[in-house]
Every structure is written in structure tokens, then in C-alpha cells.
Write a protein that binds this ligand. Structure first.
Ligand SMILES: [Zn+2]
Length: 307
């Protein structure tokens, strides 16, 4: 694995997952942003950093999903004084990774199909809690911009290095994912829309010199990508509104079924549970918008259109 140079001391790992790497300008230490999905992934990043004569001493976790925290445990065991930064909400998921599959089974014991390393990382301890607000935080003496980007996960952050390189968590997905998946994993639609508009103005402000997609590396087409995300959400809102409006009243499970077909989501347990969560996110959004009313009838959750 190689480290790809972006600007100044800011790099990212040339892997399936673009782990952010910041080489300290005055010390031989490195700060990484997220840690791949497992020991094998992070070992390659660790080796690439070591080969340049640096040692990882800090992880900043953008959020607590397994593919962002999977290498934490390995590094925490290897380096005694390793620091791990995360916001308080995401800290819960990092320290108790069982919460992620649990979330997809409504808080019940997760199905076997969800007990995979893609969904449940090994636990690690967050040493430093980052307040969930936009601010500059000194990390190993380096001023990083912490930018809140909720929507995909509740208290997710993007991290911008002093070189203006924004490490983008899952606020934006790479073109390969956007082209393939019509209904992206966003759990709060209102917050996602706000986050996308925030990224747009940050992009236009020119304090940002590059944007590194965790799933896709540096993007040269950030405006287009943001627009694609916004359009995808608008299309989904229009789709759900239309289905509810045509029916007048529709059982939740029927809307979910139609949505699975519409978005060509594979008939497997894991994608079904993700879609279940995403449909809840859109219904919740439409309830906030006073578009839909929820009630239970004959043991079924019914969504009815509010005139
Ligand atoms: Zn994620």
C-alpha cells in the first residue's frame, strides 16, 4: 500500500477505503482519520506510515460504523499511548460495536446475517471526546477543523487538516457507490440535506483545497457529487410522497416492499434491514413535514396522507 500525497502534510492510504493520514510537520508522528474495517486493512496503512519513518499515535474516528473503526483495536494494542478521538454519540458505537447490528434489528438480538465484521468491529476505547460542534481542535498540537456532518450517522464529523484537505467520512459517497445504489444509507433526511448544503458552501468558500472520499479517494467533481446526492434524496422524497399519495393510506411493510422493488435492492436479509431503516428515515422526515400521519390498524403500521 502507498500513501497518496494530497497537499502539504496531508495524505491518504491507497486502499479500498481511503484512510486519511496526516504526517506531523515537526515530529515523527502520524494522525490517521478512520482505521479501515479490520486488522489486515490497518496493518497495511501502519506499514506504509512506518516506511516513511513516522508512527501512528492518533486516530480521529469520523463516526462509529464498523468500516471506519475496524483497525482501532489492533493499533490500540500495538501502541500503548495511542489516542482515539470521537464525538460522544459515536464513542458509544466504538466502545460497544454490538450497537451497530443491534440498530438494524430494532434493538433486538441481531440476526446471524448481521453479525459480520462489515457491521461489527472489535471494541476499542475512545480516549478523547470531541464536542459535536464546528470548531478548531488541537490534536497532537495540530489545528484540525472539526465540521459536523450528521445525517448518515447521528453525530458524524468531517475533519479538515491545516492544509485544507477535508476528510469526508460518509457525508458523500464515491461515484461508484452513488451509481450503483439508488437509496443511500441516510438515517436522518433533514440533517442530511442540511449537511449537503453545508458541504456545498464549504466547497465554494475556498478554504478547502481537496476533498477525500472515504469510499473513493480524492474527488475532482465535488459539486457534481453533492448535486447527485441532493438529487437522489429529492427523488426518494418524491417517490415516497407519490406512493403514499396514490394509496391514500398504505401499510409500512407494503411501502417497504415496493421500495425494495423500485430501487432493485437484493432479496437478502442485510440489505432488507438497511432499507427498513432508510424507509423509516424518509417516513420520519415526511411526518416532520406534516405530509404523513401514522397509526396502527389491525396490527399494521399505516401511513396516511395528510391533506
Ligand atoms: Zn458509515
Amino acid at each position: 500500500m502507498e500513501l497518496i500525497h494530497v497537499h502539504g502534510n496531508s495524505y491518504y492510504a491507497d486502499g479500498v477505503l481511503s484512510v486519511g493520514v496526516y504526517l506531523h510537520p515537526h515530529k515523527k508522528t502520524a494522525i490517521i482519520i478512520d482505521s479501515t474495517n479490520d486488522k489486515d486493512g490497518i496493518k497495511k496503512v501502519d506499514k506504509a506510515v512506518s516506511q516513511l519513518g513516522y508512527q501512528i499515535n492518533t486516530i480521529i474516528n469520523t463516526h462509529g460504523h464498523a468500516d471506519h473503526i475496524g483497525g482501532n483495536d489492533y493499533l490500540q494494542r500495538k501502541y500503548d499511548d495511542l489516542r482515539i478521538y470521537a464525538t460522544a454519540f459515536e464513542k458509544s458505537f466504538i466502545e460497544q460495536p454490538y450497537l451497530e447490528p443491534l440498530m438494524f434489528t430494532s434493538g433486538a438480538a441481531p440476526y446471524a446475517q448481521l453479525k459480520t465484521k462489515q457491521l461489527q468491529a472489535k471494541p476499542s476505547i475512545v480516549t478523547d471526546v470531541i464536542p459535536f460542534e464546528d470548531h478548531i481542535r488541537l490534536i497532537d498540537g495540530v489545528p484540525f477543523h472539526i465540521v459536523t456532518t450528521p445525517g448518515h450517522s447521528n453525530a458524524m464529523i468531517n475533519v479538515m487538516s491545516p492544509d485544507g484537505v477535508m476528510y469526508g467520512a460518509d457525508a458523500l459517497f464515491g461515484p461508484a457507490i452513488v451509481d450503483k445504489i439508488g437509496l443511500l444509507l441516510f438515517t436522518d433526511i433533514e440533517k442530511t440535506i442540511q449537511t449537503l448544503h453545508k458541504l456545498k458552501s464549504l466547497h465554494e468558500s475556498e478554504t478547502m483545497t481537496a476533498y477525500v472520499l472515504y469510499h473513493g479517494g480524492v474527488t475532482e467533481h465535488m459539486s457534481d457529487l453533492i448535486q447527485q446526492h441532493i438529487q437522489g434524496i429529492q427523488d426518494a422524497i418524491a417517490y415516497f410522497k407519490n406512493e403514499i399519495q396514490i394509496a391514500g393510506a398504505i401499510p409500512f411493510h407494503q411501502l417497504l416492499q415496493q421500495c425494495m422493488t423500485h430501487y432493485k435492492i437484493p432479496d437478502h436479509v442485510a440489505p432488507y434491514t438497511f432499507t427498513h431503516t432508510v424507509v423509516h428515515a424518509y417516513v420520519s422526515y415526511l411526518q416532520q413535514q406534516a405530509f404523513v400521519n401514522l397509526h396502527v390498524q389491525n396490527g399494521t403500521l399505516i401511513l396516511s396522507h395528510l391533506e
